[in-house]
Design a protein around this ligand. Structure first.
Ligand code: GLC
Length: 444
């Protein structure tokens, strides 16, 4: 099976968020299943052409996904030439123009390429216009390009409806099959609270809407092999390993070294999705409970400022590092005792999966992929109310166990570390979806 996987970002070439992680790791797992998968992303000026040995074929840049042999096509260099730093999640109008340009180049690529994919797999609003354009292309034209309905189908994966959702409207109607990145999010987006104004369109496509849980790449995310940690560890040595990493984090961010339970927040400083407002409001009470909190991320300047103010008030208990720092992120995943994830909505969420692998339990709101992956009281702590008291209540439960029932806590950590959220678990589901999409395209 031949699949063209198209996204706005793919790690390690370029990444701003979870989409980049997924686009950088799912194709590797598909390849292991024998799929001839190739990736297409925009040719951003920031992509290091020397490091990734990019060569040019016509106006297309060709490289591979990191060290793997999965081919990556870099498209639309002219469109992105002036964009400077990649800011595909800022939500500006300008982005819509860039990604429309990208979509046009993707369609041109399909036309001109000698390699003809059977599946066009588009991710999020960035490629919506390409999906719609393909639907609008006549059967004659498609066949002149080398495709027929027997050997060509489209699939749209929704990672997050909240940005530029209107651009998705037509793509939702046009794609042969649609999926969201967790079973619960696939159900949530049919309801007014989560559908971002697209309830009607999603409702019409409900029979073709699936939920496939994301995985993570344990080649990157494993405390046994992670070079960014100050001490590596296994399911057996995690306690000493965590103690080392915790000390290193505290020293690096300036927290006192004798300060109890360490809670981490890593992610976008975003009050709309990530619940940063809830976290800021909860901060005083978390400190009163005797916890330390380290926050790492960038985003909304108003909330960055509020976080900085709290950190100044409690210099030994709260640290806010307002930048993108992959190494520190790894160290927090390893060194924190628990991760705070108070999201308002969370299509899948990857950091709870990383946390579990590193023996760091999630304290998370029971929405989307968080409720699909965390078992309350067994592999983490879930809460329902989207409020600071909801979050504080769950932290109290976790802290109670951490301080008074250490054996119970260790059992939970061991259980969480042994969970399997590798892509090998979910990649097979995508192959099934591809088959469904082909079948659907033949019938329609
Ligand atoms: C988006 C979602 C996040 C998901 C990621 C990868 O960033 O907000 O929940 O894990 O995409 O699918």
């Amino acid at each position: 099976m031949r699949v063209l996987y198209v996204a706005a970002e793919a790690a390690p070439l370029v990444k701003v968020g979870g989409l980049g992680d997924v686009a950088g790791s799912l194709p590797l797992a598909l390849k292991r299943l024998g799929v001839d998968v190739r990736v297409a992303i925009p040719w951003y000026p920031e992509i290091d052409v020397q490091r990734w040995k990019v060569h040019e074929e016509g106006n297309v840049g060709v490289t591979t996904l990191g060290e793997s042999d999965v081919p990556v096509y870099l498209l639309a260099r002219e469109v992105f030439a002036e964009t400077g730093e990649h800011k595909a999640i800022a939500g500006t109008k300008e982005e819509e123009a860039w990604f429309s340009g990208f979509s046009d180049c993707v369609v041109a690529f399909l036309k001109d390429s000698r390699w003809k994919p059977e599946i066009f797999h588009g991710n999020d609003w960035h490629v919506a216009r390409a999906l719609t354009a393909l639907e609008e292309t006549s059967a004659e034209t498609l066949s002149a390009w080398g495709y027929t309905e027997k050997n060509f189908a489209t699939i749209l994966t929704i990672h997050n409806l909240s940005y530029h959702s209107k651009m998705l409207r037509d793509a939702i109607l046009a794609s042969d099959v649609i999926n969201a990145v967790s079973p619960t999010y696939a159900k949530e987006i049919l309801t007014p609270e989560f559908c971002e104004g697209l309830c009607k369109e999603l409702g019409l496509r409900k029979d073709d809407l699936y939920g496939v849980l994301n995985g993570i790449d344990y080649g990157v995310w494993s405390p046994e092999t992670d070079e960014k940690l100050t001490a590596k560890y296994t399911t057996v040595t995690w306690k000493t390993g965590k103690t080392h990493n915790k000390m290193a984090v505290r020293q690096q961010v300036g927290l006192s070294e004798d300060g109890g339970m360490l809670l981490g927040f890593v992610g976008r400083i975003d009050a709309n999705q990530k619940g940063i407002g809830v976290l800021v409001e909860a901060m005083n009470r978390l400190v009163t409970l005797g916890c330390q909190v380290v926050v790492l991320g960038t985003g909304d300047p108003r909330y960055e400022k509020r976080l900085a103010t709290v950190a100044t008030r409690y210099p030994k208990q709260v640290a806010c590092v307002l930048r993108y720092d992959e190494t520190l992120a790894h160290r927090i995943y390893a060194g924190a005792d628990a991760l705070l994830i108070p999201s308002k909505f969370e299509p899948c969420g990857l950091i709870q999966l990383i946390g579990m692998r590193y023996g760091t339990l999630a304290i998370a709101r029971a929405v989307g992929g968080l409720s699909d992956t965390i078992r309350d009281g067994e592999t983490g702590f879930l809460f329902t109310a989207y409020s600071s008291s909801g979050l504080v209540g769950a932290v109290e439960r976790a802290k109670g166990m951490f301080s008074s029932e250490p054996v119970q806590w260790e059992v939970m950590v061991g259980r969480a570390m042994r969970e399997d959220f590798s892509w090998d678990r979910s990649a097979g589901e995508y192959v099934k979806l591809y088959d469904r999409a082909i079948e659907k395209s033949r019938r329609s």
